[in-house]
Design a binder for this molecule. Sequence first.
Ligand code: NAI
Ligand code: MG
Length: 346
Amino acid sequence: PSYRIASIPGDGIGPEVVSATIQVVEKLAKTLGTFNIDFTHIPWGTQYYKEHGKYVSDDCLETLRKFDAGLFGATISLCGASSWPSAAPLQLYANVRPVRTFPGTKCPLNTATEGIDWMLVRENSEGEYSGQGGRSHIDQEWEAATEVAMFTRVGIKRIMRFAFETAQSRPKKHLIVVTKSNSMRNGMVLWDKVAAEVSKDFPDVKWEKMLVDAMTVRMVAKPQSIDTIVGTNLHMDILSDLAAGLAGSIGVAPSSNLDPTRKNPSIFEPVHGSAFDITGKGVANPVATFWSAAEMLIWIGEKDAAAKLMHCVETVCAAGVLTPDLGGTANTQGVVDAVCDEIEKF
Ligand code: NAI
Ligand code: MG
């Protein structure tokens, strides 16, 4: 099979980690010889803004729809909200973040023997980041602002179904539904209600409800009691950063923006941002984007290639070829070369 991938490098270290990943994935495709993959560059970000007065071309969504998937680097935050800036119009309603202790990373928790292995599912299209609300400019001192969290039964049901399916596909078959239904008596109560309804279709999945504040403590104190977590846009935005920190480094954390109906191409991206403090130094850790590309390969149907890619990346990290964020001395290209050497062995 042949796949067409939109590459959207973006800003800062985005182009560095995306170009590193394209080298590795092209090497993998060439070495295995079982599939073809073709990357097409789509400009998005400040460079495009300087030239055209906007961050991306007006027809970019139509352009994206023609691809099998997208690999995104990072941009400066355009809307200050969701990870992938166009998650809502493309209905990429499931943001999925696998979190596990990676070879070479130091986990700040005392979980070295077993490590962390979680799957975080974030509602990616509504909720607290729906952009509803406003500010009254009547009087400066008494100015008021509202931020309306918008939840729909359809929106909750589809993410809940996806989360139960995800939990079901993992060995522990365990799901934690995170809400704040003790204090937020409308949307969060609807979440709990829909969770209970959807759970009836998944009798083999053990599930429980957790309030988001208590969940932060559980993640730190009892990491082994957790497998799959589902929550709202805001709650999981925060919990997933906590999870990336607990697992060791943001430099290895991947994410997927999925349209589980597969009507639109899904977009895969590292969790980190454009990291302007290290841009141009050639030391950005490409592992988060490698792992995101592996998730992309799984999604488009190349499970075996994805497993092989992750095997090579983990071998290289375990051998100590690490960028400075993980305490190593390798640069981005050094990690790329080491992974390509590993791939060569297939
Ligand atoms: P950041 O993730 O860009 O950087 C946080 C810290 O982690 C920095 O010290 C950076 O050097 C380090 N870091 C991040 N990725 C790394 C990598 N691959 N290798 C080594 N070190 C790495 O977050 P920050 O500084 O809060 O945001 C910078 C910009 O990125 C902002 O404009 C923000 O809005 C944007 N951003 C964009 C995202 C996206 O496009 N999906 C996600 C998060 C932030
Ligand atoms: Mg975030």
